[in-house]
Design a protein around this ligand. Structure first.
Ligand code: ADP
Length: 179
């Protein structure tokens, strides 16, 4: 099984991913985590990515698609923070298709902007200051929102209310997947 968890920055993708990989025995593929590992290891890729991430912009499609392509294996996958652009979504469909696989479900975590901003300011990650957050929300609206229509067109989209208790949100996601 291959699942995508889609949502604005701060919508809780990482938290929900941790629960879903256990339940469905999936490999967790978070491009944000991969990029932060590159930064921690001070690789050339990490140094270049840090500038882009701190500005709230997207790392190039080529880089993130390459990272994902390198990690696809036998196990099913949970894609978290990827794809973020239509080009990434099309590349992912192609990569999976070459392996006779496909995306099975796309969970769109729905959280309003006000709640997002207050959650991210509490979290306080390096890229979680107000100017960057605003940028990331704009980038999400412009580059990532179109994926909702893309996956809706494929009949794979499940919109899930991303507010309330963590357990209540996971129950909604599991219901959508198991239905
Ligand atoms: P969040 O969902 O809170 O934005 P992520 O860890 O998913 O956190 O992403 C952090 C940053 O890493 C993004 O703002 C972006 O700069 C970069 N990034 C992560 N995934 C991608 C991707 N698929 N394409 C381009 N950039 C990405």
């Amino acid at each position: 099984m291959n699942i995508i968890i889609l949502g604005a920055p701060g919508s809780g993708k990482g938290t929900q991913s941790a629960l879903l990989i256990d339940r469905y025995d999936l490999q967790h593929l978070s491009t944000g985590d991969m990029l932060r590992r590159e930064i921690a290891q001070q690789t050339e890729l990490g140094k270049a990515a840090k500038k882009v991430m701190d500005a709230g912009q997207l790392v190039s499609d080529e880089i993130v698609i390459g990272m994902i392509a390198n990690r696809l294996g036998e196990q099913g996958n949970l894609f978290d923070g990827f794809p973020r652009t239509l080009a990434q979504a099309e590349a992912l469909d192609k990569l999976l298709n070459e392996r006779d696989e496909a995306i099975d479900h796309v969970i769109s975590l729905e959280v309003n902007d006000e709640e997002i901003i207050s959650r991210m300011l509490e979290r306080g990650r390096a890229d979680d200051n107000e100017a960057t957050i605003r940028n990331r929300l704009n980038v999400f609206a412009e580059q990532t929102q179109p994926l909702i229509a893309y996956y809706e067109g494929q009949g794979k989209l499940h919109g899930v209310d991303g507010t309330g208790d963590i357990e209540a949100i996971s129950a909604r996601i599991i219901n959508a997947i198991d239905a």
